[in-house]
Design a protein around this ligand. Sequence first.
Ligand code: PGA
Length: 255
Amino acid sequence: MERKPRPFVAGNWKMNGLRSAIHEIETVGTRVAVTPTFAADIAICPPATLLGAIAGAGLPIAGGLMLGGQDCHAEAKGAHTGDVSAEMLRDAGARCVIVGHSERRADHGETDAEIAAKARAAWRAGLLAIICVGETLEEREAGRAVEVVTGQIDGSVPDGATAETTVIAYEPVWAIGTGKTPTVADIAEMHGAIRARLGDSFGAAAGAGMRILYGGSVKPENARLILGTADVDGALVGGASLKADDFLAIATVYA
Ligand code: PGA
């Protein structure tokens, strides 16, 4: 089967960005708008406060740039102090949401089952779910990386996942924010294993069509190599997404 999903490059701002940084998002939107050759979906997931600020100001984020959230609660509303629902993100202009990022798995003890519930919440609200998986350094050194990650796929990706509703982000925990990246061979091996598991679990069309992003220290300097790797359909970019020029330098691999 020919496999040509449209690439996807998403920026994860994490807990960074005051309103004074919104112009970086506007710059990305403008550049995407004036680059008709961009053959990728481009998203930025800023803090929820900035989604609200952008929506509240009616700022025209140009060019089909997609905005997204970084997490959502599984419920649509209710007594969950401090949480944000997928419906609220959608209301604030989001069209996608990251769930199961390793920082949330570590900081908030999120389990695969909770992450699957969040992914279902994203679908319920009409958001594309970006479901994150990835092994720790100890797990890789113990030779268990593929087993751990395919296990996370089994537990975190809900039944019924399709290429239209779901994106997978493979982010080795030890590569996030460290400047370290796996070898191209290791990335290809893991993405191939993820794709095979998606095909087994969700059918051939989902297996072939679902986008699998690589994340973890993607920079302008290494983007072309990583994004050119087999079964890599884009990137989830943390630190390098905070500046429009760096993020665009990565995304323009697809321009
Ligand atoms: P990084 O983060 O690009 O800063 O390593 C990636 C991520 O955690 O999504």
